[in-house]
Structures are given as C-alpha cells and as structure tokens.
Design a protein around this ligand. Structure first.
Ligand SMILES: [Zn+2]
Length: 307
C-alpha cells in the first residue's frame, strides 16, 4: 500500500537539505559591475566560473544612474561588486549597496572591488575640491578604463579578487587573464598604428573624461565645455572657449552621447570645429559589445573627423 507519510516527508526533507550543498560546488560566482566595460573584463577573466551583470548601461552617464530598486535585488545576490571608485558612483551606488543587505559586498569586504586602487589616478586636485560646489571629480579622474595599460590593470585586479574568492580555480583565472592580455597586445599594436595621425592633435572635450586617453594617444586637451567637471558652462566660459579654440586651431570636440550635443554643436560651429560623438563605455551603442569594439569605435570616430 502507501508508504508511511513520515518516511516521504523524511525523504523530501533530506533531498532539500542535500541539494543546495551539492549545487554549491557547481555554482557560478555572481559578479556585478557598475559599468559595462568592467562586465566585459569580468566575463573574459572569469570565463565559465562567473555570471556577470552590469548595473549601468554604456549609453548612460555613469555619474548619474537612476538607483532603481531592481538594482538592489541584483546586488543582493552578488559575490563580487566591481566598481570604478574615485566617487564616480557616489551619487547612486552607496544606498543600493546598503539596501541590498548583502554583507559580502559592503565596503571593505572581500566582495567589494574598487578598481581605482589598482592604478594611478590622474587629475588629482591640488587644492581642496568641495563636492557641494558641484565638482564631480574630487578624488581624481575616474574615467580611466579605455587605454590598454589600464584595461590590463583592471583585468588583473578582477583576476586577483576572483582567485581570492575561489582559490581552487586560480590557475584557470590566470589562464583566462593571459588570453585577454595576449589579445590586447595584438589589438594595442593595431590601435597605436591607427592613432599615429592623431599624435599632437588639439582637442576640446565636453567633460574632463578623456585625460587617460589623451595621455595614451598624445592628444592635447585645450579646454572643456563644462566649466568644471559636472558644472554646466556659463555663456562667458563658452565665449572664452570659442576664442581659445580659434586661436589654437582646435578642430575637434569630443562628446559622449549622453551630453548636450546642441551646446557642443554650437561651440563647434562658432569655432570652426567638428563634434565627435565618442563612446566611453561598452554598450554606448548596440554595436559596441566588447572592450575591443569600444576602442575600435572611439578611434574610428575621431579618425573619421580628423583625416
Ligand atoms: Zn566624470
């Protein structure tokens, strides 16, 4: 007849208890990044050991992401949070991390990785910058991920943290990282050859977000449309900028797609320059799916206008 109910219940219970433990060994590490470029790095280095999700999209201004509750749910499951740091995400990330109630990714925990700590930031203010006055780069320039030298540092930082979280897979993460670096070396040689005509090019940018790229490709930054990082331009500032551009013969204004293009177009027209809508993150356009696509698209955009 029927087996006694108590035995069924016992079976069900022991299955339930046994399953999560067995699954744990196979589970992928849940990696959450604040920008899509870091998600690409994490997928490359983490391979089939990770599941990766980005909190923001490359077509958004990473300084100002809407802190939607669904992002808290994503963070709740994270084993590792990879962020830009240098206050880039300060306007939206901290309340999400606290609200996620996930002890693994709280500040200073093993699951909290601030990649600005693995490289040397540029544009560190020499005088005290008060954020209340609107400057959004008070600790240095957070837009550092595009040049290959920094991409390697970021990927290495991710590798080290993954290896710490899952030491038994360290050799695998090392191998994945080496593959990425090999691909990157080949690409960087090609990019640097492509960019040779840009060396010494005078540029104006909307936001002070291209310092690392300018240093890499020897571009000369003559001015910025924003008065200071995060501060809208005054008419007096723009008039001065147009004057400077004319005197210096600046032909290019680099603008991320999420900034006010009409201001840039207006300045460009008066100064005899052209606007380049440059991608700054993976996902800036649907075609930019990887870090390699990103650098390709950036270079092509600038080269199209200049040459
Ligand atoms: Zn910025």
């Amino acid at each position: 007849m029927h087996p006694p109910m108590s035995r069924l219940v016992f079976l069900a219970l022991s299955l339930e208890l046994a399953l999560p433990a067995a699954a744990a060994a196979e589970e992928k590490l849940q990696v959450v990044t604040t920008i899509e470029t870091f998600a690409d790095f994490a997928r490359r280095v983490g391979g089939d050991e990770v599941e990766v999700q980005s909190l923001s999209h490359g077509y958004q201004d990473p300084h100002f992401v809407e802190a939607k509750p669904n992002l808290m749910v994503i963070l709740n499951r994270a084993d590792l949070l990879v962020r830009v740091g240098l206050d880039l995400e300060i306007g939206w990330l901290p309340p999400l991390v606290v609200g996620s109630r996930n002890p693994r990714i709280q500040r200073g925990q093993r699951g909290d990785l601030d990649l600005s700590t693995v490289l040397e930031p540029l544009d560190i203010p020499t005088t005290k910058v008060d954020r209340s006055q609107g400057d959004i780069h008070p600790l240095g320039n957070p837009h550092y991920w595009l040049p290959p030298v920094n991409a390697v540092r970021c990927a290495r930082g991710i590798r080290d943290q993954l290896a710490e979280l899952r030491p038994e897979r360290k050799a695998y993460f090392d191998e994945q990282f080496r593959k990425f670096v090999d691909n990157l070396k080949t690409a960087a040689t090609r990019w640097e050859a492509m960019a040779r005509p840009l060396s010494g090019l005078k540029i104006v940018t909307y936001h002070k977000s291209w310092s690392y790229v300018s240093r890499w490709l020897h571009l000369v930054e003559v001015g910025y449309i924003e008065d200071r990082p995060g501060i809208s331009p005054s008419p007096a500032h723009l008039a001065q900028l147009i004057q400077t551009m004319r005197i210096q013969g600046v032909r290019v204004i680099i603008v991320e797609s999420f900034y006010n293009r009409s201001i840039a177009e207006n300045v460009a027209e008066k100064a005899g320059a052209k606007v380049v809508a440059a991608p700054s993150d993976v996902g800036a356009t649907p075609a930019i799916k990887t870090y390699f696509d990103l650098v390709d698209a950036f270079l092509k955009g600038v080269l199209d206008v200049v040459t």
